[in-house]
Ligand binder design. Structure first.
Ligand code: DQA
Length: 157
């Protein structure tokens, strides 16, 4: 099966299931279910289908990236804290982009403006691109980037 170009896997990493109650002054009031609903709605408006998943588990994240490769799906990934140190996640993300699929790294906040340990992303170097700092809109912007155009989108060729 190939959903490539229309179906996007949106993957959220650790602690993002706690949105709404987790540091709302930093991450906002929208909870994880609300975010997932918004993402699915934005995707639909853009002619895409978004499957939204969240886990706190690194191995599960790696497995989902393998699945994206095997099912030929572009990925929107918020690696959360794993952004800053998970080489396993970086290596899995690299498999997505070297397979000719696109992976957009997203962040609600702009890590570059925060604590020093957040200034490093080990994922960015293998991502197609990064959107950070726009709150939930970061996901909408990432989906917009995956809509149609680009070398791997539905409008390609
Ligand atoms: C985050 C930023 C990370 O530094 C942090 O660990 C998160 C969320 C963001 O979306 O702003 O959990 O990825």
């Amino acid at each position: 099966m190939s959903d490539h170009g229309t179906s996007v896997l949106v993957i959220n990493g650790p602690n993002l299931g706690r949105l709404g109650t987790r540091e709302p002054d930093v991450y906002g009031a929208l909870d994880a279910a609300g975010l997932a609903e918004a993402i699915r709605g934005w995707a639909e408006e853009l002619g895409l289908t978004a499957e939204v998943r969240q886990t706190d588990d690194e191995a599960t994240l790696v497995g989902w990236l393998h699945e994206a490769v095997d099912t030929r799906r572009d990925v929107v990934l918020n690696p959360a804290a794993f952004t800053h140190y998970s080489y396993a996640l970086r290596d899995a993300a690299a498999q997505v982009t070297t397979a000719g699929l696109r992976l957009v790294e997203v962040h609600l906040t702009n890590p570059a403006t925060r604590e020093r340990f957040r200034h490093t992303s080990v994922v960015a170097g293998v991502a197609t691109g990064t959107v950070a700092g726009f709150g939930p809109d970061s996901y909408r912007l990432a989906l917009t980037a995956l809509q149609g155009g680009g070398p791997h989108g539905a409008a390609a060729g």
